[in-house]
Design a protein around this ligand. Sequence first.
Ligand code: S3P
Length: 459
Amino acid sequence: MSDLILRGASRPLIGDIRVPGDKSIAHRAVLFSALAHGRSRVRGLSGGEDNNRTVAACRALGVRIESGPGSGPDPGGELIIESQGLDGLRSSATTIDCGNSGTTMRLLAGVLASRPFATTLVGDQYLEARPMRRVAEPLGRMGATITGRTGVRGELYPPLTIGRGGQGGSVSAPLHGIDYVSPQASAQVKSAILLAGLAAEGTTRVCEPAPSRDHTERMLRAQGVPLIVEKGLVQIEPAGWDRRLLPLDVTVPGDLSSAAFLLGAAAIVPGSVLVLRGVGVNPTRTGVLDALVMMGAALSIDVLGEVGGEPVADVTVWGSPLRGIEIAGALTVRAIDELPLLAAVAAHAEGETVIRDARELRVKESDRIASMVAALTGLGIDAEEREDGLVIRGRPGPGKVRGGQAKSAGDHRIAMAAAVCALFAEGPSRIEDAANIATSFPSFVPLVQGLGAELELRP
Ligand code: S3P
């Protein structure tokens, strides 16, 4: 198990860099290429372990995926994906291991729901503890057969076995569209239902309490799928198109969720100037930028245009004194994966930061409310759990945060958020079990070292 060792008391961060490709968009680019008819090209992959699971899963289902000529560490890998559409997928000879990746498992569940063969999806110990009823229930209503491990209060956990079956388990009955009102704002749930809807008879409609990330809608539209998107509702109309998805030729924009760790770190210390090039700024994901500005960070966002239907910008941050804020409602949803980082930044801000409406954090790669509070406490910060969020009482200024020992809880974003907090602590810190950073951001440590900070991953 590798630990991250940080010296603390880092100087301001100065640099001009690119971050690896967006994890959410890359999952979709690979999987949706595998559903298309023809040859797709996907550039700018991060090489992160989660995305690699989606690539391996598509290969296991008979899709030809090869490294393209644009492969390399920078700007990231290129893949050439040859597919004969949804009906070209073949039964996997083995169970498919989704590793730590909830997006791989839940989106695949939507694709496999309509296939005339059964597939078993497994995950690592963290993914196997994550709730799957949220996809199994709507897909079951569409006529799919999904079984898993049942837990308390009827919750369903992986391994999941998915195949097609109507009433009585008949494999010949096609799926049928549903009108689904999702209890959570979840892009994974929405995407699973829409992917099943591609092969269903009738209209599929998903309504959510707040808009979750819309990468699926943007990409399926670019592939010729007739989608109607209205406030809080997405509808897929099966009629009027030939159900053949067009192949993709996309460059994945830089991952704002990865960039956020560097932006947040630079924002903490006056004197920092950091430029991050080519970052995705889809408005369903930019809550972290809004929150940093509310805290008093100086940011400039220069939109360059669209790449693969996604807006991309150069983002610059200047370090400045920060203050505590309240994060709630739709802002919580738009910053859901960046809440651990925002909690780390809040530790260095003046006053209290309150994060609310964030119950979903309890069912991420770890219980991120509990694991972030424990990590911050271990670094000498006054942080407290709430049922639906957390409260952080910041201690700005040099030497106010002591530093110490924190655990990642097996969660890449907790490891990186704790690291950001510890960079500017008075003394040294150790973040236990931090190799999982490679789940989403394999180049995090070298990039931060390149900005002049002292940290290293020790076996
Ligand atoms: C993701 C959706 C979000 C997010 C996750 C990636 C996606 O999860 O937290 O990291 O790519 O669709 P939920 O759909 O569970 O909110």
